[in-house]
Design a protein around this ligand. Sequence first.
Ligand SMILES: [Zn+2]
Length: 419
Amino acid sequence: MKINTPQSRKKLLFLGAISLIVLAGAGVLGGFLAVALTASLNNQPPAPLETVQVLPSTQPVPRATATAHTESTSIRPTSTPMSPPTPTLEPTTFGLSSTPVTDTNATPIVSTTLPVLSFFEGPLLITMSVQGRPLHAYRFGTGPSSRAIIGAIHGGYEWNTTTLISRTMSLLLENPQWVPSNVTLYVIPIMNPDGYAAGTDAVVARMNGNLVDLNRNWDYQWQMTATHGTRPVKAGTAPFSEPETRGIRDFISQKKIEAVIFYHSALGVVFHGANSESSQTYPLTQMLSDATGYPIQESIPGQITTGDAIDYLSEVGVAGTEIELTSHAEVNENEFQRNINGLKAFLLWVPEIVTATVASDVTIGARVWVTYTIQEGDMLSSLALKYSTTVEQLQNINGLSDEDVLYVGGEILVPKSNE
Ligand SMILES: [Zn+2]
């Protein structure tokens, strides 16, 4: 996958992505990343959204002006531009195969119906927003423990969460070893694309196309009128009345996602979900606080938080955390590094309760394969010897490449002993 930066670059149009034009080299990741990096090094403002955005199939409905809340346009003043920048990286499958990758040199040892996935896949369409914009996810890794990070649930008001995630995705593509073999990470850069396209203020750009606050629309102590600080905000006509919240809820459920980080701005703290018994929200949040340096905060003064995403998720058994960046501006290097530390810790995190989402026994050929927890000192070669198989077979069945590293505590499939 290491390819030289090409001499020429062309503009390519990708349907179905928020940032539809990515300057990239002729089919190479190197050029793709180089352009993103060049743009950020030169500090060039990203292209205005309207020049790169392809109109969604459904014509956006003009936004109603928020006449109900004229007292303030912003709870926290921002120095950000009126339009959030286009994410520097909405990766496409360009240069990255989303088709199953197998070792073409090796004759398949087993015929298996298990998919052998490549490290990266995307964009995956989750659903469409109220105004017809796509919600996209990207997959990194292939392990049985699925996790997710989600940006811009509050749209353009918290646009810096999306640029943080874009930069994070670039690093993940360069450092696939950060994702342990037992983990799959789903990345959703923009949960609220209508708000993202609507500027940066708290009244309109925080909300979705129905002017609903998507972090008040979940089925946990839901009320039709909620607050942002002390300001009333719309929570929808019912829990999950909004397509964006339904889409993310269903995606988390379908992908059996065990832990989620929602990025927000700009309180500079972390929050845990409401239920400490049915999920690992407390230990996850404590771990992330330690890794990032953001203190844990218990509540927001004056705010009645109803219909909150991580409260709902923690109740249904998904460990959820909110990380609040410290400002509404682009994160600086120091804060970016704190969040990379947090992400790495999130990827290596082992929940205290082993959930039922680990791979179950599978029959391949004549043998049953079972989950094995990696011990200190294990190597594929030693495991192959121990379980009377081959390194290639272990790699094929677990979707591992030569570059993949085994992590103590991670899980892979091995043939069941015949004893
Ligand atoms: Zn927020």
